[in-house]
Design a protein around this ligand. Sequence first.
Ligand code: NAD
Ligand code: IPM
Ligand code: MN
Length: 354
Amino acid sequence: MTKKILVIPGDGIGPEVTTWGKAVLEKIGKDFGHEFTYDEALMGHAAIEATGSPLPDETLEKAKASDAILFGAIGHIKYDNDPSAKVRPEQGLLGIRKGLGLYANLRPIMLFDELLDASSLKPEVLRGTDILFFRELTGDVYFGEKTRTQDFASDLMNYNRYEVERIARKAYDAASLRSKRVCSVDKANVLETSRLWREVVQEIAKEYPDVETEHMFIDNAAMQLVKNPKKFDVVVTANLFGDILTDEASQIAGSMGMLASASVGDGTGFFEPIHGSAHDIAGQDKANPLASILSVALMLEIGFGLPEEAKKVTAAIDKTLKAGYRTGDIADAKTDKAKILGTTAMGRKVLEYL
Ligand code: NAD
Ligand code: IPM
Ligand code: MN
């Protein structure tokens, strides 16, 4: 198989973890005889520094011309602490999602048994959890009109019927192949956008008579997710709710450093960890590279239709964890101190097992 892959390392721990995602992809390419070629592009703070724009035209053009994108993370503390900054790294990420029509963000909550004790939640609550989130990614309050005066600010939350229909269909299609259950999360008791959301999901549900549908309010869902995560299978929700719920859900998997995502839609697929640039650990060789490596597994499976190759990647991670190796974020009291590794050593271990 011949594929052109664009790598966008970004900021902070982005480049540190993406190095290992890319190394794994290169090894898979060689081992399976695929012709993967690579190009690189700037986004976020790195792009602002080099060009003045968080999403240079060249990056979007390269993205559109590629078969898949491996992205790291963007963000810089300088902007986090300056609410008045007009140009911001995050605009790059939002711009590329919109520019590529990436309306569906798949965030699987995959649980490695070895990490049951790494979570702050009880192992018996976690064991057996397997959730697939469908987060709508190009609508909602993220992209509505923004206004600001000295003493007033507004972010418009809006959804079009077709935007809800297409993400709902993706979720139901996936549920049809899994345990045939969809939980749609909204705030229809308060928000007009959520009432449209619920109405549309109820309609789409009729097209899938063998899939069971549950509607849940976001506040309740946030609670149920830590009370009894096993009750969820496919979850479909709006952009902002999905952003928040999946960071919460990362604690089921043990760490933000374990959650990968696939953003799909009209064209090129985009594969990225759910975490950010993590200023608190950037540049210290502490970041967990597994979310980036798992993003590569999603690229192989969802982006390229190569499930065997994807399985090799997750199996290599499984072996690394079974052998006791951990980055700091997923180490627990029982972890052998000598097996707590930095980003580089952990990346190398996964490659060795691969
Ligand atoms: P964050 O996800 O960067 O970090 C949250 C916490 O999780 C931190 O304590 C961090 O150390 C930890 N963490 C995250 N990834 C980890 C990894 N791979 N290994 C070990 N620990 C990890 O969220 P934040 O601190 O709220 O945001 C920092 C910056 O990142 C901000 O500028 C924000 O806008 C940006 N951000 C970008 C993305 C993205 O690029 N997709 C996502 C979220 C946040
Ligand atoms: C994510 C991030 C982004 C989001 C930010 C950085 C724009 O939190 O990818 O989850 O809110 O979508
Ligand atoms: Mn987020």
